[in-house]
Write a protein that binds this ligand. Structure first.
Ligand SMILES: CC(C)(COP(=O)(O)OP(=O)(O)OC[C@H]1O[C@@H](n2cnc3c(N)ncnc32)[C@H](O)[C@@H]1OP(=O)(O)O)[C@@H](O)C(=O)NCCC(=O)NCCS
Length: 323
C-alpha cells in the first residue's frame, strides 16, 4: 500500500491588514484581543474571492513541489465560504490553474476542513487510485462577518495548499483520528442561505447570513476534545509526546492552544501559531502554518509532526506525520 507524503506547500493572504484598533468602536480593545486571543492583526479581502486566494496558494505549492498542474490527479478544497453554493469552488481553482486532468471537489468541515481534506486525499493515495493530490484550505470569513458585532475580531482571510504524493517509502501520514457531533451545530453556525432558512429580505435584515458563535461552547469543547484526541492518536501509534517535533494546530485562540499544550504535556515552543498575524483563517489555518514551518525548518528523517483541529459541527480530529 503506498504512503502519502508532503512534497510541497504554499500559502496566500490578502494584502489588506486590519489591526485590532479597528474594533475599538465596538467596545473591544487591542489589549483584550491580544491577551485572550493572541491576535494583533488579520488580513481581509477587497473584492477577491475564496478561489482567488486558493489559486495563489495552489500555484505556490505546485512550484515548491516542482510539479505541473497537469501532474495533478485530484484537487480537494476545504472551505466554509465557497464562491458560490454550486458548483464546487475546487472546480474554479482547477480551471484557474489549468489542472485539466484533475478531479475537483469541496469538503465542508469548517475549521477542521483542511484536516478532513488531507485525510480524504490520503485515502485516495493509499488505495492506489491517485498519486498526486492538491489539498487546499481557504476561507474568506470577512464575507460572513457582522462587522457591527464584537465577535468580528476572531477571524481573518487566507489560504494554504499542500501537494501530496504517493511513495513506497516508510514515511508520510501514519494515522488520522476524526470525529463529528451534530449536537453541537448551534455552537457555530451561519443560520440562513441554505434550504432550512432560504435567503429572503428578512434573513438579510436580521444578518442571518453572518456567522453566529457561542464562544464559551467553542472554548469548552475545544479544550476537552482536542487533548483527548491527541492523547488517543499518540497512544494508538505508540509515539510519545516527547517524540513530537511540532504540533501544527488549527488556530482558534491562543488560550485554547495553551490549554491544549498544557493538557497534552507539550512544551509551548513546540506549538506553531500565526494567530498574531492572521487570526483564525478557518480552513486556511493548518495549511498556512504548515507552509510557514515547511519553508523555515529542516526536518530529519523520522521527525514526527502532529496536526489537530476543532470546528463547527462539531468536527474535530488529529493526524500524525512521519518525515
Ligand atoms: C470569546 C471568549 C474569550 C469569551 O470568554 P467567556 O469567558 O467564555 O465569555 P464572556 O462572554 O463571559 O466574556 C468574558 C469577558 O470577555 C469580554 N469579551 C468577550 N468578547 C470580547 C471582545 N471581542 N472584545 C473585548 N472583550 C470581550 C466580555 O465582555 C467579558 O468581560 P467581563 O468579564 O468584564 O464581563 C472565549 O469564550 C473564547 O475564547 N472562546 C473561543 C472562541 C473561538 O476560539 N472561536 C473560534 C472558532 S474555531
Amino acid at each position: 500500500m503506498p504512503n502519502a507524503i508532503i512534497i510541497g506547500t504554499g500559502s496566500y493572504v490578502p494584502k489588506k491588514v486590519l489591526s485590532n484598533h479597528h474594533f475599538e468602536r465596538l467596545g473591544s480593545t487591542d489589549t483584550w484581543i491580544q491577551e485572550n486571543l493572541g491576535i494583533k492583526e488579520r488580513r481581509v479581502v477587497q473584492g477577491e474571492m475564496t478561489s482567488d486566494l486558493a489559486t495563489e496558494a495552489a500555484r505556490n505549492a505546485l512550484e515548491a513541489a516542482d510539479l505541473s498542474p497537469l501532474d495533478l490527479d485530484l484537487i480537494v478544497l476545504a472551505t466554509a465560504t465557497p464562491d458560490r453554493p454550486a458548483p464546487a469552488t475546487a472546480c474554479t481553482i482547477q480551471e484557474n490553474i489549468g489542472a485539466t486532468r484533475a478531479v475537483a471537489f469541496d469538503i465542508s468541515a469548517v475549521c477542521s476542513g483542511a484536516l478532513f481534506a488531507v485525510s480524504t486525499a490520503c485515502q485516495y493515495i493509499e488505495s492506489g487510485m491517485y498519486r498526486r493530490v492538491l489539498v487546499i484550505g481557504a476561507d474568506t470569513f470577512s464575507n460572513i462577518t457582522d462587522w457591527e458585532r464584537r465577535d468580528a475580531v476572531f477571524f481573518g482571510d487566507g489560504a494554504g495548499a499542500i501537494v501530496l504524493s504517493a511513495t513506497e517509502e516508510d514515511r508520510g501520514f501514519l494515522k488520522f483520528e476524526l470525529h463529528s457531533d451534530g449536537a453541537g451545530k448551534e455552537g457555530f453556525t451561519v443560520p440562513a442561505g441554505g434550504c432550512e432558512n432560504p435567503t429572503s429580505p428578512e434573513t438579510i435584515k436580521q444578518k442571518l447570513h453572518c456567522f453566529q458563535m457561542d464562544g464559551r461552547a467553542v472554548f469548552e469543547t475545544a479544550i476537552k476534545v482536542v487533548p483527548e484526541t491527541i492523547l488517543s492518536i499518540l497512544q494508538s501509534t505508540g509515539v510519545g509526546v516527547e517524540d513530537i517535533r511540532y504540533l501544527l494546530p488549527h488556530q482558534p485562540s491562543i488560550r485554547i492552544l495553551q490549554e491544549i499544550a498544557r493538557q497534552v504535556g507539550l512544551p509551548w515552543e513546540k506549538v506553531k501559531t500565526n494567530m498574531d498575524r492572521y487570526a483564525n483563517t478557518s480552513g486556511g489555518t493548518i495549511p498556512i502554518v504548515l507552509d510557514e514551518t515547511w519553508r523555515s525548518e529542516t526536518f530529519n528523517p523520522g521527525d514526527h509532526l502532529l496536526f489537530a483541529a476543532v470546528g463547527a459541527g462539531w468536527t474535530w480530529g488529529a493526524a500524525l506525520y512521519k518525515c
